[in-house]
Design a protein around this ligand. Structure first.
Ligand code: SAH
Ligand code: MG
Length: 199
């Protein structure tokens, strides 16, 4: 397991795969343990690094992770097998925006870590599958330090992407259904919880 994780870290480095930063994944694992989280949905598996580590953070944690890129998906499956985590991590090969989850499916934690331009769509689609006390966690809200400085970015594509992340942060800040806390950990993480219904 330990070696498999180290191998994933070098594979990601060699192939430019943006896996979570060490500080970020450690924060997530601690959160999962402290809050007794059991069922996790991850959007954006890449090679399975964060899915496997989240699944390893406590005995009865189960992770369903979605990946649309075939090479990543196959690499992810391989890594899940290598760690003998087939019963803890299920990998779904599909575009998350096209996935149909069975009605009544519920997760304690939904982790958004896929295409940065689609964060709001992921949030709006998957919030219906969040358990009543569940949380939605989002990664890369600093986007390598570009967030908050979009007007200074020359590349149009990069600027538009960063503007989308800034828009998502505004969406979270002004959301009436969810309350969000932002953490300056790794590449920037947020934790959104449902606002208590009035009794
Ligand atoms: N969570 C991983 C890193 C994910 S990188 C880790 O920390 O180990 C983001 C991944 O999301 C990429 O592999 C990309 O192919 C995938 N992705 C992007 N948009 C997606 C979508 N709409 N549906 C499913 N996967 C998507
Ligand atoms: Mg990420």
């Amino acid at each position: 397991m330990k070696q498999a994780i180290l191998d994933m870290e070098s594979y990601a480095k060699e192939n430019n795969i943006p896996i979570m930063q060490k500080e970020g994944i450690a924060f997530l694992m601690k959160y999962i343990k402290a809050n007794n989280i059991k069922n996790i949905l991850e959007i954006g598996s890449a090679i399975g690094y964060s899915a496997i580590l989240m699944a390893s953070s406590n005995n009865d944690v189960k992770v369903t992770t979605i990946e649309r890129d075939e090479t990543c998906y196959l690499e992810c499956l391989k890594n899940v097998k290598k760690c003998e985590f087939e019963t803890k991590v299920s990998v779904v090969f599909q575009d998350a925006l096209e996935l149909n989850l069975a009605e009544g499916t519920e997760f304690d934690l939904i982790f958004i870590d896929a295409a940065k331009g689609q964060y709001k769509k992921f949030f709006e689609k998957f919030k219906y599958f969040l358990a009543p006390n569940g949380v939605i966690i989002t990664d890369n809200l600093k986007f390598h330090g570009y967030v908050g400085k979009s007007e200074t970015i020359e590349s149009k594509n990069l600027r538009q992407l960063v503007e989308k992340i800034e828009g998502y942060i505004d969406f979270l800040k002004t959301n009436e259904e969810f309350e969000t806390k932002f953490y300056d950990v790794g590449d920037g993480i947020s934790i959104s919880t449902r606002v208590e219904n009035e009794k």
